[in-house]
Design a protein around this ligand. Structure first.
Ligand SMILES: [Zn+2]
Length: 429
């Protein structure tokens, strides 16, 4: 039997973090058992001061009925001075239990004679309990080391993790460890699709930005690189904040809230970054409108970031408000678009400044936000979209599609403008 480094006092004592994680697991196990009556009564009996005898009889019954119900939380009580056992006594009994466990294992594996079985029956029930607890403690320690956890039902989430009541099963519990959160990227749960949609987009935009910015100057001028960088930065930050938020928000309420704000700020940054190349090339030779609209979008974007930092903004009841705020930020682009159409005509806008692509991009963002706000299709099929095809994944896909369409659109505008040559005279005029 392997002995953990934490067993130097004879009883494996998990750290606070391990204890929280393991207790979560035990809660999960208990919740998954159809009838929790025995567990409830057990917990109650363990929570009040009692003699070691009454504790032993309760525990013995439980071990016989369902060894699964022995939890780490229960074992901690044994180390409490109230239970009537000193630390040395607990240690001694635990060691006895482990020795017996080894003996029992050998006994069972060799299929020995009945004489030893009779001796086992005669052992003190308290030793049996400690024996079972020791085994469970070792298993629990192994689970913690391996980042083991089970998906849980929505009803068993803490309130701060409850966001969408139409997703019933497959939620991660609170994980309390960044390592476990990042390992969960490779497991299947309600956030798997949300994480990977934007993680892959994040990687894709890093690749595109790296390729674009590494072009020789003779091919792409530094001005183009600077203007496009605003868009790349917005896209990479938005997608990066998003997948990291969906990965770590189950760590703790404080961490979840912080990264939720970064996630919202990312949307505002993507919108602002998207406007920069579009305004730059659409009003290439008109410094006044270009500056005015850039100031407008950065002011509105800054306002959205401020609103995002408000704690209540992330609450589920403000879902539609959030969608509305970011759609409004994007739709502020209607003002410069109208300006361009009035000044240059509709077909000029369509043919020369990729207005069609920009309208498609706006449609994708708005439709995605609409799906996000109404939570379709899980609203119609609760429990059927827990892992795949839930509204948030669809919203993520639309954001991703919108970003790629925008990149294509601004590339076309840039190509068109750059073929027209300089506009020194127009600027002077
Ligand atoms: Zn998201």
């Amino acid at each position: 039997m392997s002995v953990s480094p934490t067993t130097e006092v004879g009883f494996p004592r998990p750290t606070q973090q391990e204890r929280t994680t393991v207790t979560k697991r035990n809660n999960t196990q208990t919740a998954s058992i159809p009838s929790t009556d025995s567990n409830t009564s057990h917990t109650q009996s363990m929570s009040k001061p009692s003699t070691s005898n009454s504790r032993s009889s309760t525990n013995t019954a439980l071990v016989e009925d369902s060894p699964q119900l022995i939890s780490l939380a229960d074992t901690e009580d044994l180390d409490d001075p109230d239970n009537g056992l000193s630390g040395d006594e607990v240690r001694k009994k635990t060691e006895e239990g482990k020795l017996l466990q080894d003996a029992n294992y050998e006994h069972n594996s060799e299929n020995d004679d009945e004489e030893e079985a009779g001796e086992e029956d005669a052992l003190n029930p308290a030793v049996d309990i400690i024996h079972a607890i020791g085994r469970r403690m070792e298993q629990a320690e192994e689970f913690v080391k391996k980042g083991w956890w089970e998906i849980v039902h929505h009803n068993h989430l803490p309130n701060w993790l409850k966001d969408n009541e139409f997703l019933l099963h497959g939620h991660r519990p609170q994980l309390n460890s960044f390592s476990d959160c990042f390992k969960s990227v490779f497991r299947i749960h309600t956030e798997t699709g949300n994480i990977w949609t934007h993680l892959l987009g994040f990687i894709a935009f890093i690749g595109i930005a790296g390729y674009f910015l590494s072009r020789p100057t003779i091919e792409v001028q530094w001005q183009e690189k600077a203007v496009f960088s605003a868009f790349f930065l917005g896209a990479i930050l938005c997608l990066g904040f998003s997948w990291v938020f969906h990965t770590v928000y189950c760590h703790s309420e404080r961490v979840g809230r912080l990264f939720n704000k970064l996630d919202y700020c990312g949307i505002a940054l993507l919108t602002m970054g998207s406007f920069v190349p579009w305004l730059y090339y659409s009003f290439y030779c008109e410094l006044g409108p270009k500056i005015a609209y850039l100031v407008l979008i950065f002011t509105l974007g800054g306002f959205c970031i401020l609103v995002s930092l408000w704690d209540k903004f992330a609450e589920p009841r403000f879902r539609a408000v959030r969608a509305g705020v970011f759609v409004a930020l994007g739709l502020s682009g209607v003002i410069p678009a109208c300006h361009y159409v009035i000044q240059n005509g509709f077909w000029d806008a369509v043919n020369n400044v990729a207005m069609g692509w920009l309208v498609l991009m706006a449609f994708l963002y708005i439709f995605g936000a609409f799906i996000y706000a109404i939570r379709f299709p899980e609203r119609i099929f609760p429990g059927k979209c827990d892992i795949w095809f839930q509204s948030h994944q669809i919203f993520h896909m639309f954001v991703l599609a919108g970003a790629f369409v925008h990149y294509h659109g601004i590339s076309e505008i840039a190509n068109y403008r750059l073929t027209l040559g300089d506009c020194v005279e127009a600027v002077v005029a």
